[in-house]
Design a protein around this ligand. Sequence first.
Ligand SMILES: Nc1ncnc2c1ncn2[C@@H]1O[C@H](COP(=O)(O)OP(=O)(O)OP(=O)(O)O)[C@@H](O)[C@H]1O
Ligand SMILES: Cc1ncc(CO)c(N)n1
Length: 266
Amino acid sequence: MKLAKAMTVAGSDSGGGAGIQADLKTFQELNAYGTSVVTALTAQNTLGVHGVYPQSAACVEAQLDAVLADIGVDAAKTGMLFSAEIIALTADKLKQYGVKQLVVDPVMIAKGGAPLLQRDAVQALKERLLPIATLVTPNIPEACHLLGRDQIHDVEQMREASCRLLELGAKAVLLKGGHLEGETAVDLFYDGHSFIELAHPRIHTLHTHGTGCTLSAAITAELAKGASLEAAVRTGKAFISAAIAHAVGVGKGIGPTCHAAYRLYR
Ligand SMILES: Nc1ncnc2c1ncn2[C@@H]1O[C@H](COP(=O)(O)OP(=O)(O)OP(=O)(O)O)[C@@H](O)[C@H]1O
Ligand SMILES: Cc1ncc(CO)c(N)n1
């Protein structure tokens, strides 16, 4: 059997619940071989982000070359990219090596409010990365930021926002509704042809650290294995729902989800 290879270009979360650590755990759970390109180190735990230490462009470039020139990838994802410079060089390298499947999680701000992307980098995200993305997976605040609008209140407004987001160049959009209120966590998938609502009863838990990273990593692993985009997104939703439902609650604050739950409790 051919080994599926998935790469993450993201920040390190020392607390292990988000970023590179969440991505590699998720790849492993879904039987994809994981590689990583670290864009920044964060000193982070369940109580918040205590420090952000971006890597140099040369360091990020060397990691991308090392992985792509030798091992290769079937699908890649991006998470915390920090600066316009790192975004531009990541886009260039993905194009240079002909990476065909790219999931862009436009990480901007950590749950506690710490900025993980510089303000002037949003434009680079739109101009350089979205046009080569197979899928972009914003949460509600990120979608508002990308579109320059104030709020998205309900599923109807999510539909309209998805159409606008698709115009930014990605082949498809998964607009995550985790930040909306209500008894159902609804995500909206739109590929320019049809809308698919992915709904799961809202799980009443404090422990949702790294949910977006984990979801986009699960989708990437499935794409690497050859799943269709729709199937990958559906598996991703099942994976993150199980992970939230069985969150372990380590630490004193907002804890990580359980990356093994999809395998253990399905
Ligand atoms: N309490 C919850 N119950 C069920 N599903 C949830 C809950 N919170 C979030 N989700 C789901 O988790 C996934 C991630 O959505 P969310 O909007 O939380 O991402 P995010 O803000 O990017 O996460 P993070 O920034 O922590 O990585 C979505 O599928 C969303 O519907
Ligand atoms: C490194 C990193 N990436 C992404 C997020 C968003 O969950 C985070 N908190 N930390």
